[in-house]
Design a protein around this ligand. Structure first.
Ligand code: TXA
Ligand code: MG
Length: 325
């Protein structure tokens, strides 16, 4: 495990922003909120700082990171945007969209952050604190989700500390994140945009902008285009059983929508959204998985969730949580 650090909790105010930017410029590691999940931030231009991210997360260094920027203009200095990439950036930035594009000749994102690829993942987040830190840092900031590699992503400062206390310099605490699942990743590399990861921007919204349907890369047994899209991920300690009608003996229950007549909740049970609202379910997903897991059930049974809208991202994360380890 990495060299121990004292992890400070910074408040979501002007001082916290200034201190976060200072730590980042000095090569430190700070977990900060975005509108999707907390990110573990470091100076993307510094190989040394980026190496700290991989060590703290115990993340394999063949898995590249997203570089975060304060504006489209700043992002366009790092990568080459074709017409689709530009249209998507204009439609959804700032917001929960990541674009993978070819690197520009002036790209400052370190090779380690890109895992040696000649493409770069770029995102302009919408969270006001993240935006303020990016402006103050004045350089691309690499930030994967602020969890140990393979575990459930962090949507609160408490989740960050559960995984990374003693491994990072600080966490900027702005309360729970609003969206709750990571950004949608679209690759614009060769004319035909590809969906690398469903996320906070629903597929239909992306398709509306590019005017055609998106292929999900990695479907139908294709080789993973995104090195990080490992089958097993977001894994709680408990086994996960999907599309469950009802919990079996000894299982915890994660419901969605109104419970069916005669439903008897087991001792450990939560409902992602009793009203059946997918945005509410996404916001609750990772926190509820951590809560259920903390009770130590042998397995978590999860109700079916529709594949529409944010449901595609929720089901993607659940399938990875249920994948063989
Ligand atoms: O919402 C989010 O996207 C959050 C917040 C913190 O911004 N970040 C996040 O990062 O989810 P991470 O590292 O957990 O996921 C980044 C994904 C990985 O699956 C990685 O393989 C993929 O982006 N990726 C990064 N650069 C890539 C590239 N050049 N080509 C293909 N995939 C890439
Ligand atoms: Mg992650």
């Amino acid at each position: 495990s990495p060299a121990p650090r004292v992890t400070r909790r910074l408040a979501a105010d002007a001082e916290g922003i200034t201190e976060t930017a200072r730590l980042l410029r000095e090569g430190g590691l700070v977990a900060l909120p975005t509108e999707t999940v907390y990110g573990l931030a470091a100076d993307a231009t510094s190989g040394k700082a980026v190496a700290g991210i991989y060590a703290a997360k115990e993340r394999p260094s063949f898995n590249p990171l997203i570089a975060h920027l304060p504006s489209i203009e700043a992002a366009r200095r790092e990568g080459m945007f074709d017409a689709n990439a530009l249209a998507l950036a204009k439609a959804f930035w700032p917001g929960p969209l990541t674009l993978v594009v070819p690197i520009s000749s002036g790209c400052t994102v370190s090779e380690l952050a890109r895992a040696g690829l000649d493409s770069v993942a770029l995102r302009v987040p919408a969270h006001p604190l993240a935006h303020a830190v990016l402006e103050a840092a004045g350089r691309p900031i690499a930030a994967p989700s602020a969890n140990r590699s393979g575990r459930v992503s962090a949507t609160s400062a408490a989740h960050v500390l559960a995984d990374l206390d003693g491994r990072i310099d600080a966490v900027l605490d702005a309360g729970p994140t609003v969206i709750g699942v990571e950004s949608t990743i679209v690759a614009c590399l060769d004319g035909a945009p590809k969906l690398l990861r469903p996320g906070g921007v629903p597929r239909a919204a992306i398709e509306g902008v590019i005017g055609r349907s998106l292929v999900l890369a990695g479907e139908a047994g294709a080789a993973p285009v995104s090195p990080g899209l490992l089958a097993s991920h977001y894994a709680p300690a408990a086994q996960v059983r999907l599309e469950a009608e009802a919990p079996r003996a000894g299982e915890a229950w994660l419901g969605f929508g109104p419970e069916r007549a005669g439903f008897i909740a087991p001792g450990i049970a939560l409902n992602l959204s009793p009203m059946g609202d997918l945005a509410e379910a996404a916001a609750n997903l990772f926190g509820y998985m951590r809560q259920l897991d903390a009770q130590g059930p042998a397995a978590i049974a999860i109700a079916p969730i529709p594949e529409s809208g944010l449901g595609e991202a929720i089901n993607d994360r659940l399938r990875r949580a249920a994948a063989p380890r």
